[in-house]
Design a protein around this ligand. Structure first.
Ligand SMILES: Cc1cc2nc3c(=O)[nH]c(=O)nc-3n(C[C@H](O)[C@H](O)[C@H](O)COP(=O)(O)OP(=O)(O)OC[C@H]3O[C@@H](n4cnc5c(N)ncnc54)[C@H](O)[C@@H]3O)c2cc1C
Length: 337
């Protein structure tokens, strides 16, 4: 295990802020995970495992051993007439994996095309987009349990998946993911129910979409709406869509008839955080090096030299103004370090 000292994390996270880590290493095989943990104990240094850094905001120097997970490999575990089960190394690039499956005609994750980051991080916040969440295709997760000091195989139901949440987020830092096992379908049911997908297919005159045309449409929609982190630092949606009670939604609807929300249970509604932020007139606003993206209010961007603290402070201002106007407290989706 090669451990470097005082390394800049700028190339390793999508916000691209200048920030250093006291120690840095790369994990290319599962066996290195317990070794890293031993090193951190022996050296009294905290540990932070990262993937592609596309859901992180570093607000200060990281006085820890930052371990970048780069375990690769896509292995077929089982195949039937209708399904295939794959074990995928945590360090594989998520979009590469989606494209690989689309090419093989294995369906289930095509709507999650172009989400940045690694396969290993996908269960952590249960990544989702265009009506699909990764929990729908996860069979199990292979992880090292730091608390119990042993390897574990968490079945889907053990992962406690929720909207942008899972056991891996709830018990932060306990499980280090080495591989994710997916069940994909050979005769997939395409999920075209999302408005933007329907519109894009219609515009292109595609009446009978297949996995490839679905993935292409998603890539096109995302590219037109979201900034490319290589050009403009960001971490995708900075905030979660908040849930509120049906009564509170109805009261807000009276006051703000154009509010965007949809029912999730008989008694709760999910409100579009982007709409709340836009209604507080943040969309397109720039303060110094930080801004609220002009094509998607949920995304905060680094115009160049912003520090993580500046981005955090900007997000705090947005939270305050949304709370003042709507009485809803936005929660950050991005991991603040
Ligand atoms: C432009 C853009 C668009 C995005 N769009 C979406 C979207 O549509 N839907 C969505 O859900 N997300 C989206 N995201 C957020 C992000 O892509 C996902 O959260 C992604 O899964 C993060 O992967 P990562 O490898 O970069 O994780 P990182 O940012 O490196 O880490 C995220 C968290 O997981 C932990 N972690 C990482 N790897 C491991 C591991 N192997 N074991 C244990 N812990 C680990 C880290 O400590 C951290 O807490 C977007 C981000 C960007 C920049």
């Amino acid at each position: 295990m090669k451990i470097e000292q005082n390394i800049s994390l700028k190339p390793y996270h999508s916000f691209g802020c200048q920030v250093a880590a006291s120690y840095f290493t790369r994990i290319t095989e599962a066996a290195a995970i317990p070794k890293c943990i031993e090193w951190s104990k022996a050296n009294h240094t905290p540990l932070l495992f990262i993937g592609g850094g596309s859901n992180l905001l570093f607000t200060k120097k990281v006085n820890a051993l930052v371990a970048k997970v780069e375990i690769s490999g896509i292995k077929k575990i089982e195949e039937t007439a209708t399904q295939v089960i794959l074990s995928v190394g945590a360090g594989e690039n998520w979009h590469y994996f989606v494209s690989y499956c689309v090419q093989k005609s294995w369906g289930g994750i095509e709507n999650l095309s172009l989400i940045p980051g690694t396969v290993g991080a996908s269960p952590i916040q249960n990544i989702g987009a265009y009506g699909v969440e990764v929990q729908e295709v996860i069979d199990s997760v292979t992880a090292y349990d730091i608390k119990e000091e042993k390897w574990v195989e968490l079945k889907n139901k053990d992962c406690a998946f929720e909207y942008r949440n899972s056991i891996f987020k709830k018990e932060k830092g306990r499980y280090i993911i080495a591989a994710v096992n997916f069940i994909l379908q050979k005769q997939p049911k395409l999920r075209t129910d999302y408005g933007a997908i329907r519109d894009a297919l219609h515009e292109k005159g595609i009446k009978h979409p297949n996995l490839e045309s679905m993935a292409n449409v998603i890539i096109q929609i995302r590219s037109s709406k979201l900034p490319n982190p290589k050009q403009l630092g960001n971490a995708g949606s900075f905030f979660k869509n908040p849930s509120i009670s049906k009564e509170y939604f109805e009261a807000l609807k009276e006051k703000f008839p154009s509010i965007v929300a949809y029912p999730i249970t008989d008694t709760t509604y999910k409100v579009a955080a982007g709409w709340l932020i836009e209604s507080c007139e943040w969309k397109g606003i720039r303060k110094g090096n930080v801004g609220c993206y002009d094509k998607q209010a949920l995304v905060l961007v680094n115009y160049g030299e912003a520090t993580g603290q500046e981005i955090f402070d900007f997000s705090e201002e947005i939270i305050q103004s949304v709370y003042l106007k709507f009485g809803i407290l936005l929660e950050r989706e991005v991991n603040i370090i």
